[in-house]
Design a protein around this ligand. Structure first.
Ligand code: ADP
Length: 271
């Protein structure tokens, strides 16, 4: 069945019905939309309310981490306090990602659109990664089509690129190779990040962009993941009529490719 109109609250589909006939089915989805808004607002409000008490806890825990770092009298407290500090930082990352996801879901379409210099944005993100401790352990190579810009929302595009880059860094063991590409073809523009990390089994691929879905939920909390990164990527891409393709072979590595339609491309190289 092909959708013929997807208005805000009425979903209509045209279904072939007999010889040269079509059946029109209309479904009222206003209740579904209302529930979706309620869920989104609840998550945003709850995350916002948790921010303040957590900031207080993190502040005191950081003070305690400093106090116990060099104190012989408090040596027994050093490990548990450090662990509490790590967990509070993790909780903070989750809350910030939840707020970001709620903002992207609620405000995405209202954000200003502009010409985004994608090669400059990717170059700066890659430099940040090379400077960061974990990124310095990898060989990051870059192949960018100069002058190829996109029309879109800068903060959302940055979320797409930075989440995919930081995943490649996080999941690829030290001394691994990461390759970043940005190019155009007849159909539009593509951004891809390839790594030679552990790869992902095909059974997980369909669920990877769900909120909190992680291939290995037991991974160390300090790895920096929240399970929300690819959900954010998916929403940001949808706002740009973009698509995410994941190509992965266990034991060999993964390639995450984002495709943007040609209407969004500026200064595309003539194919
Ligand atoms: P997380 O914060 O856990 O990284 P994401 O939504 O970004 O959450 O990713 C979901 C899951 O997909 C991750 O937990 C990980 O298991 C898997 N994944 C993402 N990127 C890669 C990658 N480059 N290599 C291997 N696994 C990956």
């Amino acid at each position: 069945p092909s959708p013929v109109n997807e208005a805000d609250t009425i979903l209509m589909r045209l279904i072939p019905y007999g010889n040269n006939q079509r059946l029109l089915i209309a479904r009222d989805i206003s209740e579904q939309k209302r529930l979706e808004h309620t869920r989104r607002d609840f998550v945003a409000n709850a995350s916002h309310e948790l921010r303040t008490p957590l900031t207080v806890l993190r502040g005191y825990l950081e003070m305690m981490e400093e106090e116990t770092a060099d104190s012989e009298a408090l040596a027994g407290w050093k490990a548990p306090i450090h662990e509490m500090g790590e967990q509070s930082r993790r909780m903070n990352r989750i809350i910030e990602s939840l707020l970001k996801l709620a903002r992207v879901e609620a405000e995405g379409l209202q954000q200003r659109q502009e010409r985004v210099d994608v090669p400059a944005m990717i170059t700066s993100l890659v430099e940040d990664i090379r400077r960061a401790a974990a990124g310095a352990e990898h060989a990051v190579s870059v192949d960018l089509e100069a002058g190829l810009s996109l029309y879109g929302r800068a903060s959302e595009l940055e979320s797409v690129f930075s989440n995919l880059l930081s995943n490649a860094v996080r999941y690829t063991p030290a001394e691994g190779e990461i390759h970043v590409r940005w190019w155009s073809d007849d159909a539009g523009a593509c951004f891809s990040v390839s790594d030679n990390g552990p790869g992902i089994d095909a059974t997980h691929l369909p669920r990877l962009t769900e909120r909190f879905y992680r291939v290995d939920p037991g991974r160390k909390a300090s790895s920096g993941g929240t399970g929300l990164g690819l959900a954010i990527v998916k929403h940001c891409l949808e706002h740009h009529e973009g698509e995410l393709a994941i190509d992965s072979t266990p034991g060999e590595g993964s390639t995450f490719t984002c495709r943007f339609p040609s209407q969004r491309c500026l200064n595309r190289r003539a194919a």
